[in-house]
Design a binder for this molecule. Structure first.
Ligand code: CTP
Ligand code: K
Ligand code: MG
Length: 180
C-alpha cells in the first residue's frame, strides 16, 4: 500500500523531477531577464537562461512520453496501476517545474540573495508547487485522478528528500556549483 503510493507518486512526478537537472546540464547563454534590474538587483539573475528552461521543459516532456511506452510492462512487473501522461499533463509538469524554479529566483533576488544562494524550503519545493499547479491547469481531469490526497502527501514529503540527495550528488560529481 505505502510502497504502491510511493512508486506511483515518484512515477507521476518524474516529468517534474528531470527538468531542473536537465537545465543544470544544458544551461547557459542568454539569461531570461536579459540582464534587467529591479531596483538595485537583477530581476532573476544569470542562473535562469532560455536554453536551460527550454531544455528542461523538453526533457521532462520527452521523459513522460517515454514513460507512457513503459507503463504496460512497468505496471505488469510491479503490479501497481501506474499513470500515463497526456501530452498536456506532461508539458504542464515539465514547464511548471521550470516556472516554479524561476519564481523562486525572483523571490531570492527580492530577498537580497545572490545567484546560487540557498533558500531552505523554497529550494526543495518551488518546482513541485509550479509543476502541480500547471499540471492542474493543463489537465485538470488527469490531475484529480492521478494526484489523490495520499499521493500528494507522499509527493510533498518525498520530494525534498530526493532533492537534497540528487543535489548533493550533482555537487559531488562536479555538475553543480552548490550542494542545494
Ligand atoms: N539553469 C538554467 N536555466 C534555468 C534553470 C537553471 O540555465 N531555468 C542552469 C544555470 O546554469 C544555473 C544552474 O542550472 O546556474 C543551476 O540551477 P539553479 O540552482 O536553479 O540556479 P542558480 O544558479 O542557483 O541561481 P538562483 O540563485 O537564481 O536559483
Ligand atoms: K533552484
Ligand atoms: Mg542553485
Amino acid at each position: 500500500m505505502v510502497v504502491s503510493l510511493v512508486v506511483t507518486a515518484f512515477w507521476a512526478m518524474l516529468p517534474a523531477y528531470v527538468p531542473n537537472n536537465a537545465a543544470v546540464l544544458a544551461g547557459g547563454g542568454r539569461p531570461i531577464d536579459g540582464g534587467r534590474m529591479l531596483g538595485d538587483r537583477r530581476l532573476l539573475g544569470d542562473g535562469k537562461t532560455w536554453r536551460g528552461t527550454a531544455a528542461g521543459t523538453l526533457a521532462g516532456t520527452l521523459l513522460a512520453v517515454a514513460l507512457n511506452a513503459l507503463v504496460p510492462s512497468a505496471s505488469a512487473v510491479t503490479g501497481f496501476d501506474l499513470p500515463t501522461f497526456p501530452l498536456t499533463a506532461a508539458f504542464g509538469l515539465a514547464l511548471g517545474a521550470m516556472l516554479g524554479d524561476i519564481g523562486a529566483s525572483f523571490l531570492k533576488r527580492r530577498s537580497g540573495r545572490e545567484r546560487g544562494a540557498a533558500f531552505p524550503g523554497l529550494d526543495q519545493l518551488d518546482f513541485v508547487v509550479g509543476a502541480l499547479v500547471l499540471a492542474f491547469v493543463a489537465a485538470p481531469g488527469w490531475f484529480s485522478v492521478t494526484f489523490t490526497l495520499p499521493v500528494l502527501a507522499v509527493v510533498l514529503v518525498m520530494t525534498p528528500i530526493l532533492h537534497v540527495v540528487t543535489n548533493v550528488g550533482a555537487y559531488l560529481l562536479g555538475l553543480k556549483n552548490e550542494p542545494w
